[in-house]
Design a protein around this ligand. Structure first.
Ligand SMILES: Cc1cc2nc3c(=O)[nH]c(=O)nc-3n(C[C@H](O)[C@H](O)[C@H](O)COP(=O)(O)O)c2cc1C
Ligand code: SF4
Ligand code: SF4
Length: 254
């Protein structure tokens, strides 16, 4: 079945985008992508029954990133089918998938399927470093096939998504990237930062009150200047690696 697909992702370090692209690649039809990392304003979008919305969000402290919520609310469905995916770094996704499906339902979408997949941890990149991998791709394909079958049968069941309400309280941010002497003033980090926490006058500094610790500046810095130059990072990294060494597997709700 061909559908007009509306693909949404927010992907500061690139793995949420990768997950979304692998998944959406299993569908036929015209694809329009909305990249929430871009600073441009999202205009109100009204979607019909003939369209399919696929939203993939990274998990931040067990929730979906707060800056994505107002953008998501620009999308209005008219019983439009939607698929919700979350990408998380092998710790837990807590209430993120429930939060995402709740928002989509509130916006007039019907949840066709939902899933949580594991992707490299952008803050501690040795954790789940090669995810999504081949095994994940097979599971994504299987999930896509199940969604397609359900779309054809037009039978939408109420899904019981893992998570709790009220949602988990977001953690207070403890880490924040800055630049060091490797900086060549290229301006990449200034352009990519979604909350304008870095100024071109001094790209080594970060505005602490604005930074959401999304890691986009780290992954877009050509010299490795932007990183976690703080003592507590190395200790937190070692602990996180030990606590989250065991491979987690994707969970699918359909
Ligand atoms: C601020 C922040 C908070 C995160 N919180 C969690 C979390 O609660 N659980 C988890 O397993 N991974 C967590 N991660 C890891 C991301 O969910 C994961 O790395 C995801 O792939 C990031 O998406 P991206 O590669 O598209 O930037 C967090 C990452 C960031 C930057
Ligand atoms: S300064 Fe903070 S918010 Fe801006 S790109 Fe870097 S990590 Fe993200
Ligand atoms: S991306 Fe890196 S090198 Fe370029 S301005 Fe920012 S800190 Fe400097």
């Amino acid at each position: 079945m061909n559908k007009n697909i509306r693909e949404i992702y927010f992907s500061p370090s690139g793995r949420t985008r990768k997950l979304s692209q692998i998944f959406v690649g299993n569908f036929k039809g015209d694809i329009k992508t909305f990249d929430f990392l871009l600073k441009e304003e999202v205009k109100e979008q009204n979607l019909g029954k003939e369209e399919l919305l696929v939203v993939t969000m990274p998990v931040y402290a067990g929730r979906i990133p707060e800056i994505c919520i107002s953008k998501l609310k620009k999308f209005k469905g008219n019983d439009t089918p939607a698929i919700a995916l979350v990408a998380y770094g092998n710790r837990e996704y807590d209430d993120a998938l429930l939060e995402l499906t709740d928002i989509l339902k509130e916006q007039g979408f019907k949840i066709l399927g939902a899933a949580a997949f594991i992707t490299r941890h952008s803050i501690f990149p040795e954790v789940a470093n090669n995810r999504p991998d081949e095994k994940d791709e097979i599971k994504l394909k299987d999930f896509a096939n199940k969604c397609k079958n359900k779309l054809e049968s037009l039978e939408f069941n109420e899904l019981k998504i893992k998570g709790n309400r009220p949602y988990k309280d977001e953690n207070k941010k403890a880490l924040m990237p800055t630049g060091d002497d490797l900086c060549i003033n290229c301006g990449n980090c200034v352009k990519i930062c979604p909350v304008e926490a870095i100024s071109i006058e001094n790209p080594k500094e970060t505005n602490e009150s604005k930074c959401i610790n999304c890691t986009a500046c780290i992954y877009n810095c050509p010299t490795g200047s932007r990183n976690y130059h703080m003592e507590q990072y190395n200790m937190a990294y070692e602990k996180f690696k030990t606590d989250n060494a065991e491979r987690k597997e994707p969970e699918i709700f359909i």
